[in-house]
Each structure stands twice: as C-alpha cells, then as structure tokens.
Design a protein around this ligand. Structure first.
Ligand code: IDP
Ligand code: MG
Length: 142
C-alpha cells in the first residue's frame, strides 16, 4: 500500500473534552505518524474557506460557527494508506452510524460536534494540508 499524507483535525468538541491524547494514540497504534501539528482557533471566515466545498449545503453556516467555536488541533499524518486508514479510524460522519471502537463512536456527540475531520481523498489531503502547513512544517518520519 502506498505511503500517503492526510489532514486530521481534532475539532473544538474533542479538544474541549481533553481527548487529544486518546485520539493521537489511536493514530499511532494503527501505524500513522504525526509529522506536523498546529493548534489554532479559526475565525468563522477561515472555517468557511476550509469548508468551501460545502458552501451550498444547508449545514454550512452551522458548521463554520462550530469549527470556529474553540481551538482545534490540525495535524498531518503520514503512513501506508493514510487517507483511508484515517477515515476508518474516524468512523461515519453521523456518530449514530459510526462503527464500534471508532473515534466518532467513542467521542462524538452529534453529526455537528463529531470530534474529528479527515481528508476524503489524496487530492483533497494535499489541498487541506497546505491550508494549515507549509513545506518546512512537514517532517517526514519515513
Ligand atoms: P466528514 O467530516 O465525515 O468528511 P462531510 O460530509 O465532509 O463529512 O461533512 C463535513 C462536516 O459537516 C461533518 O463532519 C459534519 O460536522 C458536518 N455535517 C455533515 N453533514 C451534516 C448534516 O447533515 N447536518 C449537520 N452537519 C453535517
Ligand atoms: Mg468531508
């Protein structure tokens, strides 16, 4: 399986619950390495730019409000099949549908406050990583 990079965000709800360590432990135990981290508090405008693909969706405004409601931890993860592996570890968008043992099953309260973001394709991973990180911030662990 190819080595990939992907963007993970620990969302404001999970940061507030103090489960950053538990979430990163799951990545590390499953073969993903953290190669960049950044804690930041997005403005609604910045959250809107990050989620621009969803701007026509009915939940867009609430999503931007939620993502700018508190600090987040953005991370770049590296490893074999990182994009899909991260999505598997996250679980389904709606925590009610998330498989047992996934991050969202264990830490998400609702479809809005669902603990984590993860890139959904290698192409989007590249775009999303560059939203938060420059080349010099990425420290390959291979
Ligand atoms: P994903 O985070 O699993 O990739 P997306 O469909 O890309 O899910 O949606 C982005 C985020 O928008 C979700 O994580 C969730 O917080 C929010 N969202 C998605 N669908 C809904 C919805 O139907 N109602 C409210 N919020 C939603
Ligand atoms: Mg998505």
């Amino acid at each position: 399986m190819a080595i990939q990079r992907t963007l993970s965000i620990i969302k404001p709800d999970a940061v507030a619950k103090n489960v950053i360590g538990d979430i990163i432990r799951r990545f590390e135990e499953n073969g993903l390495s953290v190669i960049a981290t950044r804690m930041t508090h997005l403005s609604a405008e910045q959250a809107g730019r990050f989620y621009a693909v969803h701007k026509e969706r009915p939940f867009y405004k609430d999503l931007c409000k939620f993502m700018s409601s508190g600090p987040i931890l953005a991370m770049t993860l590296e490893g074999s099949n990182a994009v899909n592996l991260n999505r598997q570890l996250m679980g389904a968008t709606n925590p009610k549908e998330a498989e047992e043992g996934t991050i969202r099953a264990d830490h998400a309260n609702s479809i809005d406050a669902n603990a984590v973001h993860g890139s959904d394709s290698e192409e989007n991973a590249g775009i999303e990583i560059s939203f938060f990180f420059g080349d010099l911030d990425l420290n390959s662990r291979l």
